[in-house]
Write a protein that binds this ligand. Sequence first.
Ligand code: AMP
Ligand code: MG
Length: 420
Amino acid sequence: MVDCICDLERPSHSGHQAKSLMPVERAQRALSDMARIVVGQEQIPLTHCQGRILARDLYAEATVPPHDNSAMDGYGLRLQDLPADRILPIAQRVPAGVFPVRQEKGTAVRIFTGAPIPAGIDTVIPQEQVNLLADGRIELQVAPKLGQNIRRAGEDIQAGSALLAAGTRLQSAEIGLLASQGISDVNVFAALRVAVVTTGDELVSPGQRLGPGQIYDINSFSLRAALERLGCQVTQTGLVADTFEATRAALASAAESHDLVITTGGVSVGDEDHVRPSVQALGNLHLWGVAMKPGKPFAFGHIGQTPFLGLPGNPMAALVTFEVLALDFIRQLMGARPRPVLPVPVAAGFARARSNPRQEYLRVVLNSDCGALKADLAGSQSSGVLSVASRADGYLIVPPNNSITEGSHYAFVHRDQLYY
Ligand code: AMP
Ligand code: MG
């Protein structure tokens, strides 16, 4: 069932009655509601888990640090045994990796960073605050405070506490936490296999010579890069001719051997647009047409059991719809837990009287205006112009039917923030 097809601005050529385009938030919800984990699990070495998604909840088995230890190179003592002249003999030397004996009363321990605190010691003095006397004893230059420079057992992680939740993307901090538990192999979700199917008779792959009327295929490459940044395993299935038969065959074959099919181009209502009817012939189209600019001709469905996302052909529109609509859906297919990206309010550094019935994602650069941030247009906002994306810091989101007043605040999202 197609949930939403239409055109706020022009009469539709689809043959369907014109309704309103689906608002962005509703489209995001519709995608999220139908998202299921579609990948299996595998066990991989800790050295290979960068960017992978944890498949099971993990609880700490080890307390970290396992014992009270010194935060400094210095001397340990029991504060209540410190004599008035602050002079103590040294009874033992404890480097990191050695387990100390109980400390004799009225003595100090020579201790190093990370070394276990001997029983009977409650305070560590940095070596810079100590004079070494000729007879081997030490003299404290300052009066210490009880408990100073001791890192407590379990101050990082308590055994039995929640360590990492299933769905967490493993990056440097998480991989460090796994190592702190002595874990060498990790259960993660298998990489999502994504087919990028690019349609368009005018397209030629980079590396080949352009003929008359031809342009290079951009979208397969920009989308491949974005998908790989998420941790997907991407196949570029080649360029598909603008015929119903070729499109249908390419989609059927891609769906058979992948967990997700993404198309670009051919998803509008022109005579050369065959993606929509092909998906309808092979499965279900759930949604088509979103009230966003750029990116109106966005489609979502299933080809057989395989999820399908249809992105516009215009390269900027393909990237924006990918980042605004597809990213979180893909995360859920991969087993990852999406987390809200909080936009920050930023003042527009420009004005525009015209409003648009679709929610806009303006490509902007951030500049400083006497210390306050303002967003300026990064260049042409045409859906075919990709060069601004490379200059832009992110999107200034203008809700439907809003003109823009200079100095008014709009939600800003940094593009890098979207690839957490
Ligand atoms: P379409 O949605 O197929 O009508 O394409 C819209 C516009 O985007 C046309 O100008 C196409 O030439 C262009 N386009 C479509 N696919 C690509 C692509 N993979 N790389 C670069 N431009 C494209
Ligand atoms: Mg086309």
